[in-house]
Design a protein around this ligand. Structure first.
Ligand code: ZN
Length: 160
């Protein structure tokens, strides 16, 4: 007798947003942890990233504070930029990026120029801020599809 396939497997969207969330867990930023996952049209994961300092810039030497003359904004690379730059396999033309937070205007430029054609985002809590408004303006002008991730409420616990 043939067994039926499992019915409770996770969807592609849950899979890739879950992977982006897992990547965010790697961030040392005490304020905001963001993760990104770039996927090919064939549903293959090409790259991942999270917000952090560039290679060689120690998390113990560079500042994680938000204010003051020397602050994290001067040094941190966002998850989307890291995911784009981490990919060394060639072109990202026609791919989709899953992000846990809507991309800022600087990441939008990198997304557009790298040929990514769709952004699937979860949180959009800075929607009213100028940099998010400008980001959406550029992404729309460039024909990048913006799709809000639909949370399913599924909870997965993983023992590590
Ligand atoms: Zn950004």
């Amino acid at each position: 007798m043939k067994e039926d396939k499992r019915a409770d497997y996770i969807s592609w969207d849950e899979y890739f947003m879950g992977v982006a969330q897992l990547a965010a867990c790697r961030s040392k930023d005490p304020g905001t942890q963001v993760g990104a996952c770039i996927v090919s049209p064939e549903h293959k994961i090409l790259s991942m990233g999270y917000n952090g300092f560039p290679m060689g810039c120690s998390d113990d030497e560079y500042p994680w504070c938000r204010e003051g003359e020397d602050n994290k904004y001067l040094y941190v690379a966002h998850s989307e930029l890291n995911a784009i730059l981490n990919y060394r396999g060639g072109s990202l033309e026609g791919t989709t990026i899953y992000v846990t937070l809507f991309p800022c205007n600087e990441c939008a430029k990198a997304i557009i120029q790298s040929g990514i054609k769709e952004v699937v985002y979860d949180c959009d809590k800075y929607a009213d801020q100028k940099n998010t408004i400008c980001s959406k303006r550029m992404l729309k002008s460039a024909g990048v599809v913006l799709r809000k991730y639909e949370r399913t409420g599924r909870k997965i616990s993983i023992e590590l």
